[in-house]
Design a protein around this ligand. Structure first.
Ligand SMILES: Nc1nc2c(c(=O)[nH]1)N[C@@H](CN(C=O)c1ccc(C(=O)N[C@@H](CCC(=O)O)C(=O)O)cc1)CN2
Length: 295
């Protein structure tokens, strides 16, 4: 069994981005610019946004954080988005999810200009991905395919099973793995809460992606000997013994499953870190689209 090391791969992606941004700035161009909107004070969201800002700083990307109160009106949020859409100095925009219940998440996603949609959640981006056109790939599945490529894990002809059908991870993941690309050409099954024989289907997977948000859900009997297991879960569970009072748990029962696998992602230290790398790549791509960049 080999660990798929998100820390190592993300660091190498970031280094490549930093070199490209340094080169742009050296040639008198402005740096790429990402705007992040954070609504309310969800602790996990604050951590992820801080990590995005830190990673921008490390790679030379300018970042702007717009913090709004938890009770901000949907109209005020949409107004912020419109202003950023219209700002030619900002290349990419994302609104950190989840949003407070009184705000219609889909409405918000659809109000982001598709050319600045670095999360790849807008229906235009999702449609382009579905049809195999160039687009912003949602950061988490983008991170997963970068990780597979880094470790030269081939997907063509393999049986892939994705557990979870969210628009953020499960659906785009299944599209990427089945696409006619270097990281695709797998035969993909999506499993969800209504799937019959889910355990048996998982046990047939050469590549198993767990993205359902249920800590420890994937047990050893659900995994084929030699499978590649990708754990997208990042649930915070109470842990009085830890400094933060919680720890991060994945969707895979790592201790029981790891010995059966050829490759497996740890949690933490796996896919989560690659999510940030995917976002940075999308931000650089948005800069090239929006700033009149020519190579
Ligand atoms: N607008 C968006 N909202 C959300 C997204 C997203 O891609 N766009 N994804 C997730 C959260 N997320 C990024 O936003 C994210 C999750 C996890 C990590 C990460 O680095 N995890 C670390 C552990 C971090 C910790 O200790 O708390 C790891 O797995 O090693 C980064 C980003 C939902 N919302």
């Amino acid at each position: 069994m080999e660990l798929l090391d998100g820390k190592k791969v993300a660091a190498s992606v970031k280094e490549t981005i930093k070199q490209e941004v340094d080169e742009l700035v050296k040639n008198g161009k402005r740096a790429p610019h990402l705007a992040v909107i954070l609504v309310g004070n969800n602790g996990a969201s604050e951590t992820y946004v801080a990590s995005k800002q830190r990673s921008c700083a490390e790679t030379g990307i300018t970042s702007t954080l717009v913090k709004l109160e938890a009770d901000v009106s949907e109209e005020a949020l949409l107004n912020e988005i419109r202003q950023i859409n219209d700002n030619p100095e900002i290349d990419g925009l994302l609104v950190q999810l989840p949003l407070p219940k009184h705000i219609n998440e889909q409405q918000v996603i659809e109000s982001i200009h598709p050319l600045k949609d670095v999360d790849g959640f807008h229906p235009v981006s999702a449609g382009n991905l579905m049809q195999g056109y160039p687009t912003f790939i949602p950061a988490t599945p983008f991170g997963v395919v970068m990780m597979l490529q880094h470790y030269n894990i081939t997907t063509a002809g393999k049986r892939a099973v994705v557990v979870g059908r969210s628009n953020i991870v499960g659906r785009p993941m299944s599209v990427l793995l089945s696409s006619n690309t270097d990281y695709g050409n797998a035969t993909v099954t999506i499993c969800h809460s209504r799937t019959k024989d889910l355990e048996k289907i998982c046990a047939e997977a050469d590549i198993l992606v767990a993205a359902l948000g249920k800590p420890g859900f994937v047990k050893a009997h659900m995994v084929k000997e030699g499978a590649v297991v990708i754990d997208v879960g990042i649930t915070r569970v109470e842990d009085a013994g830890s400094k933060r009072g919680f720890r991060i748990k994945g969707d895979v029962d790592f201790a029981a499953v790891a010995p059966k696998t050829s490759y497996i992602t740890p949690v933490p230290g796996g896919v989560g870190l690659m999510t940030i790398a995917g976002l940075l790549k999308n931000t650089l791509a948005a800069y090239k689209l929006n700033s009149g960049y020519t190579s």
